[in-house]
Design a protein around this ligand. Structure first.
Ligand SMILES: C[S@@+](CC[C@H](N)C(=O)[O-])C[C@H]1O[C@@H](n2cnc3c(N)ncnc32)[C@H](O)[C@@H]1O
Length: 232
């Protein structure tokens, strides 16, 4: 599969296309562009690289992306180079491992956090949205590693399906001494094939709360959550 640059990718580049989650995260980042200028930024699960491209355009001092998909690393490196961001670094690997011992001013993440098995949905790679039976596998791993990778007073923004339990996220953050608040909530459409794969007990419990079905069409509430590290 050719991404237009002559490079051959195993994953079609359109499989890495941005989603409504990506849009919500970008909306919050654009609303506070003055806080991004000059900052050292990390994204875990950088996919196409578009969130880091936005951060580069907003004046980030440097951007670093991590992804478990080798093709995402290739595609995002190309995107940032094509847009003229020469302060970008992309690392292939699992969650925090590639940046052990490093700290950042701002960390962003749009990680898989849906309660369904690792299968391809809507042409996406299998690890695009699968977060284990309760959807929290990567969210909890993100929070567990966050404090060790933020500078004093640093912040993180993460996409978060409401149906995986915001209270659990706030409790996990508190255990690590991090503040935690919802910055934005929006409804997103849930494709039928994704809903059918989601853990049934969660779908049943959340219908009418964070999931809203109208015949065959279902919408889910999602949040952009902000974490803050204390000032040392
Ligand atoms: C929902 S996509 C978001 C992609 C991009 N940030 C965006 O907003 O369009 C999640 C990304 O996380 C990556 N990912 C999944 N598991 C990961 C892991 N264990 N470590 C690092 N990245 C992971 C996937 O390959 C995918 O690119």
């Amino acid at each position: 599969m050719n991404d237009g640059s002559g490079m051959v990718l195993r994953v079609p580049v359109k499989a890495l296309r941005p989603s409504e989650y990506t849009s919500a995260l970008i909306q919050v980042l654009r609303s506070e562009s003055e806080t991004v200028r000059g900052k050292q930024v990390l994204e875990i699960g950088s996919g196409s690289g578009v969130v880091l491209a936005v951060l580069g355009t907003l004046g980030a001092g440097s951007v670093c992306g991590i992804d478990i998909e080798e093709d995402a690393i290739e595609a995002s490196s190309r995107l940032l180079a094509r847009l003229g961001h020469d302060n970008a670094e992309f690392l292939h690997g699992d969650m925090w491992r590639p940046v052990a011992g490093r700290r950042f001013d701002l960390i962003v993440a749009n990680l898989p956090n849906s309660p369904h098995p690792q299968v391809s949905i809507s042409g996406r790679p299998p690890n695009w949205s699968a977060g284990g039976p309760d959807g929290r596998l990567l969210v909890d791993a993100f929070i567990d590693g966050l404090a060790a990778h933020l500078v004093s007073g640093g912040r993180a923004l993460m996409t978060h399906n409401s149906y995986i339990g915001f209270d659990r996220t706030r409790e996990a953050a508190a255990r690590h001494g991090l503040s935690c608040e919802v910055r934005l909530s929006v409804l997103v459409y849930v494709p039928e094939e994704k809903l059918a794969l989601m853990t049934p007990s969660i779908v049943q419990a959340e219908e009418g709360r964070s999931l809203h079905s109208f015949g065959p069409y279902t919408f889910a509430e999602i949040h952009i959550v902000e974490f803050g590290a204390p000032i040392a």
